[in-house]
Design a protein around this ligand. Structure first.
Ligand code: MEV
Length: 284
């Protein structure tokens, strides 16, 4: 059984969304495909390596299998992962592999979980691995489309986006960094979250020019939260000098930066567009 799920781009609201604020998020046209076959033991094969159940190398898949076993106890499976989504880059590769694994397990072992159940289990898996999370990544990988989260207000985004991949980093570490800053300066950090919330709510009604201004403001607030860095700001400044508006997307500290594509894109960037389809079966 082969299932696939899309990656995502957070346009506005990362980190603040962990503390109950809104985010604007879209699925993107890069997918992760997971094939599951019944076997007598567990074998997981991905670009990260070949393992059995392994919380170090394949934490999301291993926790997904453990959580799936709460619905139906299984003795083994072969899991093969092929993904177009760059790893540890803020584009939701972990959630996509989790959601696609759950869907493929669910069909292969005739449990037939609903999308809502897959989302709920994937959210638990994310918490198992990261300790703290908003659920935005498993939500968008499951349902696809573009949304104001957590309200589940569907929006249409008439844009294509360019992405520049920086370096890999750990979401967990960046989320912890913001948690520490909030603990130290709660009255200041909560106000930064409120401003990010206003940006996320404003964005769906904006044209390209205002959208660019919001990108600039949100990037400055991410910098204030400590998830940018001098190296990232240098790249952002250079792109701004070239006339682009860009911001980090996802947890920051590296990962990816994005901007709206209006006929011109920076060197070393690639284009993505909003994707309507969430998790699905590719073939039996
Ligand atoms: C990660 O894609 C987005 C964060 O806001 C974490 C989360 O919402 O769980 C940094």
């Amino acid at each position: 059984m082969i299932a696939s799920a899309p990656g995502k781009i957070i346009l506005f609201g990362e980190h603040a969304v962990v503390y109950g604020r809104h985010a604007l998020v879209s699925a993107i046209d890069l997918r992760c495909r997971v094939e599951v076959k019944k076997r007598s033991e567990f074998r997981i094969f991905s670009p990260l390596g070949l393992t059995g159940l392994d919380l170090k190398i394949h934490p999301y898949i291993t926790f997904a299998i453990n959580r799936f076993c709460e619905f139906k106890k299984i003795e083994g499976a072969e899991i093969v992962v092929k993904s177009e989504i760059p790893i540890a880059s803020g584009l939701g590769s972990s959630a996509a592999v989790t959601v696609a694994t759950l869907k493929a397990l669910s069909e292969e072992f005739e449990v037939y979980l609903s999308e809502e159940e897959i989302f709920e289990i994937a959210k638990k898996v994310e918490l198992d691995v990261q300790g703290r999370a908003s659920g935005i990544d498993p939500f968008i990988s499951t349902f696809g489309g573009s949304w104001i989260f957590p309200e589940r207000k569907k929006v249409e985004l008439p844009f294509q986006f360019f992405l520049i991949k920086l370096w890999e980093r750990s979401t967990k570490a960046m989320v912890e960094k913001v948690a520490n800053l909030r603990q130290k300066y709660p009255e200041i950090v909560e106000k930064i979250f409120d401003s990010i919330d206003s940006i996320a709510l404003k964005a769906p009604n904006c044209g390209a020019e205002e959208f660019g201004e919001l990108i600039h403001m949100n990037q400055s607030l991410l910098r204030a939260l400590g998830v940018s860095s001098p190296e990232i700001e240098e790249i952002v400044s250079k792109l701004e000098k070239d006339g682009f508006r860009v911001k980090l997307t996802g947890a920051g500290g590296g990962g990816c930066i994005f901007g709206i594509f209006s006929g011109r894109k920076p060197e070393n960037s690639f284009l993505v567009r909003p994707e309507m389809e969430g998790v699905k079966i590719e073939s039996a």
